[in-house]
Design a protein around this ligand. Sequence first.
Ligand SMILES: Nc1ncnc2c1ncn2[C@@H]1O[C@H](COP(=O)(O)OP(=O)(O)OP(=O)(O)O)[C@@H](O)[C@H]1O
Ligand SMILES: [Mg+2]
Length: 288
Amino acid sequence: MTEHFTDGNPIMATKISPLPAKALQTEARFIETEPYYEAAGNEIALFEAAYASQLPVLLKGPTGCGKTRFIEHMAWRLKRPLITVSCHDDLTAADLVGRYLITGNETVWVDGPLAHAVRSGAICYLDEVVEARRDTTVVIHPLADDRRMLPMEKHGELLQAPPEFLLAMSYNPGYQSVLKELKHSTRQRFVAIEFQYPASALEEKIIRTETGADSATAAALVRLAQMTRNLKGSGLDEGASTRLLVHAAKLIARGITPAAACHGAIAEALSDDPEMLQAIDEFASSVF
Ligand SMILES: Nc1ncnc2c1ncn2[C@@H]1O[C@H](COP(=O)(O)OP(=O)(O)OP(=O)(O)O)[C@@H](O)[C@H]1O
Ligand SMILES: [Mg+2]
C-alpha cells in the first residue's frame, strides 16, 4: 500500500506528493553495552544532575570531539532509550512532532521523533539544532522550560513530559554563520556542557583504546593534530578532530603507511588547498 503524508487536514491521497515514510520513523535505541567514553572533566556528573533536575542539556563543541559518544554513554548510564534526530535546513516542527498519514481511506496520526521521545520517557538528542527551521523552536521552547510540554496543535493534544524525558541538543559554535546562531531565548533554557579536544594524554588513550594503536603512533597522531589545530584561523577552518586521528590510526593498523594514512584521513579531510595539503603532509612526516 502506498502511504502519503500531509501536514494539515487529510486530503485525497492522489492529490499529495508522497514524502519518504522514513522521515517519520522514530528509532528509539536502548543501548545495552557501555559505549566507551573518556571523561575530560565533570561532564558526567553535570549531565546527571541536569537530568535529575529535569533540565535540558546543550552540548557545545567542535566536530569530532565526543559529543555523540557522550550522549550514547549517558543514555546507557541512565538506562533510557535514545532518539537522535539529525537536524537539517528542511526540518520542520511537523517533522519533530508528527503528522497525519493517509493510507487508503484511513487517516492515522503518526508521532514524530520528539513526540515519541516525550511519550516514552526517552532522551531526545537534536543533533546540529541550528540547522533546523526556525519554526522548530516553537515546539522546543515549552518543552525546554519548566512547563515541559509539547504542544501538538495539528493533533489537538498537549503532551506533558514525564520526569524520565530529557531534551538534549548539540551545537557547534564555530562554523555557523551569524544567521545560524542559537537564539538567546533558546540557549538560555539549557544547561550547557562545553566539549573541547581532549588533553594530549587523554587523546592518546582514546586513540589506543579505539584502534589498538601503540603508544608511539597515538602520540605522533596527537602531535600532528596539535599542529593542525594551531592553524585554525590561518588557513584552516578547523584543526584535526579526535575522530580524524581515530580514522588515521585505524588505517595504520591495517598496514597503510603513516604518511598515506595521515594524508587520506587527516589532510584531505581538512583542506582542498594544495599548499595546505603539502603543509599537513610535512607535519606528518615530521612526527612519524
Ligand atoms: N571522550 C571520548 N571518549 C571516547 N571516544 C572519543 C571521545 N572523544 C572523541 N572520541 C572518538 O572520536 C569519535 C568522534 O566523536 P563523536 O562522533 O562523538 O563527535 P561529535 O562531537 O559528535 O562530532 P560532530 O559534531 O561532528 O557530530 C568517536 O567515534 C570516538 O572514536
Ligand atoms: Mg555527533
